[in-house]
Design a protein around this ligand. Structure first.
Ligand SMILES: [Fe+2]
Ligand SMILES: [Fe+2]
Length: 198
């Protein structure tokens, strides 16, 4: 169940968002969120983005991750969020779109900040610096144990776009290995990044 907040019409302070996330999520997921916030801070520093904005997006990104399938489907219906067939069949993807909606309505995020959350599972076209930071932070935060972490960090140190492309490739490869559907936004994101990098 989502906790209700009073809307003040302005973006909430990091500490307030963090408190909300702590109440909303399990200990493990909260820890992941803190790790993504910290990694987002590092990446924002490195790539010259606004640190506070990157931290807020990082701590908030999985706000909807632990909603049940039923709650997610009800939320998208009640809030007129359009979803496609892939998302309907794999509702874990939906925590990105719902997370965006919650972040805008509850935390006062701007459209762009919210969009970074919407983009964090599959990627998308037109990913701005905050979308890219979250996309990488979610894969390279210190709670993650991917075996290619060191290699990915090396890529990230050289080029943010190369790192986004690498993660997109890995996500798509994983879906192929699992014989699972690939969300169309993953393909769109990959084509977009390839064109951007020419
Ligand atoms: Fe997520
Ligand atoms: Fe995450």
């Amino acid at each position: 169940m989502l906790l209700k907040l009073n809307k003040k019409g302005k973006i909430m302070e990091l500490e307030e968002i963090q408190k909300y996330i702590k109440k909303q999520l399990s200990e493990k997921r909260y820890y992941h969120s803190v790790c993504v916030m910290e990694r987002s801070r590092e990446l924002a520093k490195k790539y010259g983005a606004d640190i506070k904005i990157a931290e807020k997006i990082g701590i908030a990104h999985d706000v909807a991750k632990e909603m049940s399938e039923e709650e997610k489907l009800k939320y998208v219906k009640d809030n007129n969020i359009k979803i496609d067939d892939t998302e309907r069949k794999n509702t874990s993807l939906l925590h990105a779109k719902i997370g965006k909606d919650i972040a805008i309505k509850q935390f006062g995020f701007s459209e762009n900040m919210g969009q970074a959350i919407a983009n964090h599972t599959t990627g998308n076209k037109d990913m701005d610096i905050y979308s890219k930071i979250l996309f990488i932070a979610d894969r390279t935060s210190r709670d993650r144990k991917f075996e290619d972490l060191e290699y990915l960090n090396e890529i990230t140190n050289k080029s943010i776009d190369e790192a986004v492309l690498y993660i997109l490739d890995k996500k798509i490869e994983l879906q192929i290995k699992k014989k699972a559907p690939i969300h169309i936004n993953g393909i769109i994101a990959r084509n977009y990044m390839l064109e951007e990098m020419i």
